[in-house]
Design a protein around this ligand. Structure first.
Ligand code: FAD
Length: 518
């Protein structure tokens, strides 16, 4: 039986389920660069260059191994621009008895696949993506019957199941979670290691030139492209992270610094998400470094929790709740995305820095995403679909299955608390505590209202006031609501007036949100 194995751009793993049983004598791998996928949202230029270059390298590696690879480039004549169109052409070329594919990371593509047997008149075998610790069926079994889900309980279950950082039935160190130790500000005396950017080779340079020409009007710079595009270089990046940054990852996990866009973060998410690295090998590397005494427990646990806990948890929720998940809007947020998310032109220093980092590197670390760009979108009541699209566009690691729950659930609380027990709302004091951004800002986080007041202060209280009917009974928000209730009414009136004036001003004189993302 001749098989055509379709490998998607985020399935660049040699041990991919769809390659199981591949017959080198008969079977063919199909990889396609299609316009639909590069433009259904206007991805950051680095994201497109990263994926296409990694695809081309992966195809070359399979070819060198002796597998027959049919590779369609974006600019090949006859390229139809869609998965379905390219499959139809490949079926005509190869006349396979069946198509094999690993399930995609996106609901939109999964639905597309359902049409293929009929459209192509060939049976299609869609295999589970087993590159995760927890299968979709296992997650559904865990979630079954619960009204809301909590990452912490799921994570403990995963620790038990995998044995990672376990001592028999007990967590190593006697605690499951060392988060409370992971909230230090970055002192001036500590300098994180340099990024270790990888110089683009000839293949990547060709892709970068093509992206620069073809996607010139997409958001983002290409100048500092430094991503690994092969498994070998991704493994080297993992090794460097474990030696140089992981020992400090825990302590400074939440820290933000003006001149340090990466702090001690891993920069491994693009590699994990396209399959150049496996989640298991990354977690095992961190555990081994801890067991060898090279990395403290709060760092190893904090890092492993992000992958074994959060990454698996958001994926589980995505597949469990889609497609309805993306439609909810528990806080009825309706404001359009301000233009400065694209231009970076804002006097709020924290936002300007996070957006500039994003434009330069197609990267911002978790706390910038959650507590700066995310926090602002939450407090300002941005329409969930608009901020979700922004996150999907601007980061090199962004795929629907992981971006959507993080933005819709964790940041925007648009799911009404399904994913997280409370919104991650914070005033300017949090940003000031965890960063060096505020010192050089025109606004002052210590000023609550009036001239110079940090907009995050106004918006924070205004957010609690405006959303009282939904959030007022949330036990985790009891303290801020008590503080609010003790405020003199004149003060709350001033907050609401100034917050509204600020919000009304946000959209002035700016191009429409979707009209021309730079
Ligand atoms: P580190 O901080 O070094 O963490 C290590 C690894 O843990 C990451 O590589 C990542 O694989 C995993 N991880 C950490 N936090 C999360 C999380 N909340 N969810 C899933 N995995 C996590 N991550 C993506 O991979 N793709 C996205 O599209 C994405 N969108 C996000 C949108 C918002 C609004 C927020 C708040 C977070 C988002 N994240 C996303 C999660 C997280 O911010 C990134 O995984 C992380 O910043 C990647 O950088 P790093 O490799 O240096 O991570």
């Amino acid at each position: 039986m001749k098989t055509l194995v379709l490998i998607l751009g985020d399935q660049l793993s040699r041990d991919l389920a769809s390659l199981d049983g591949f017959d080198r004598e008969r079977d063919v791998v199909l990889m396609v660069e299609v316009a639909d996928e590069t433009t259904y949202v206007r991805h950051h230029k680095q994201k497109i260059a990263f994926i296409l270059s990694a695809m081309r390298h992966f195809a070359a590696e399979l070819g060198a191994e002796g597998l027959a690879v049919d590779y369609v480039r974006l600019d090949d004549p006859g390229n139809t621009g869609s998965f379905t169109g390219e499959l139809a052409r490949a079926v005509a070329r190869h006349r396979p008895d069946r198509i094999v594919v690993t399930e995609p990371g996106e609901w939109r593509v999964r639905r597309m696949m359902d049409d293929w047997p009929l459209r192509l008149d060939v049976p299609v075998d869609i295999r589970d993506d087993d590159r995760f610790f927890c299968s979709r069926a296992e997650f559904n079994a865990w979630a079954g019957g619960r009204k809301s889900y909590r990452m912490e309980f799921f994570y403990r279950e995963m620790r038990r199941r995998t044995g990672l950082l376990m001592h028999g039935d007990e967590p190593v160190g006697g605690r499951w979670n060392f988060d409370s130790e992971n909230r230090k500000r970055l002192p001036a005396s500590i300098t994180p290691p340099p990024r270790g950017a990888i110089a683009p080779d000839a293949v990547t340079r060709e892709v970068i030139a093509m992206v620069a020409a073809r996607f010139a009007d997409h958001f983002g710079d290409l100048d500092e492209f430094g991503w690994a595009v092969t498994r070998r270089d991704a493994l080297a990046a993992l090794a460097r992270f474990v030696t140089e940054s992981l020992p400090f990852f825990g302590d400074y996990q939440d820290a933000m610094a003006r001149r340090e866009p990466f702090v001690f973060h891993a920069l491994l998410s693009p590699y994990l998400n396209v399959g150049l690295l496996g989640a298991r090998e990354v977690c095992v590397a961190a555990e081994q470094a801890f067991r060898a005494g090279d990395v403290p427990l709060n760092a190893a646990e904090g890092f492993i929790r992000q992958i074994l806990g959060w990454r698996e948890y958001v994926r589980g929720i995505y597949w469990l709740e889609m497609p309805g998940y993306a439609q909810t809007n528990a806080l009825s947020a309706q404001r359009p995305l301000p233009w400065f998310y694209w231009s970076g032109e804002t006097a709020m220093n924290c936002l300007a820095i996070a957006i500039a980092d994003t434009r330069r590197h197609a990267y911002a670390h978790h706390i910038q995403r959650l507590m700066v760009t995310g926090n602002f979108a939450l407090l300002a009541g941005i329409r969930p679909a608009e901020i979700e699209e922004w996150y999907l566009v601007v980061y090199a690691d962004a795929y629907d299955w992981v971006e959507l729950p993080n933005t819709h659930g964790m940041v925007m609380f648009a799911d009404g608390g399904l994913l997280a027990s409370k919104p991650y709302a914070a005033s300017g004091a949090y940003i000031d505590r965890m960063s060096d951004y505020c010192g050089s800002c025109v606004y002052d986080p210590r000023i609550k209202t009036g001239a110079g007041a940090c907009p995050f202060n106004l918006l924070y209280w205004n957010f609690l006031i405006e959303n009282r009917s939904v959030l007022g009974r949330n036990p985790r928000l009891a303290m801020p609501y008590r503080t609010l209730d003790r405020m003199p009414s004149q003060r709350t009136r001033t907050i609401v007036e100034e917050a509204r004036a600020f919000l009304d001003d946000l959209g002035r004189d700016k191009p429409g949100p979707q009209s021309a993302q730079p």
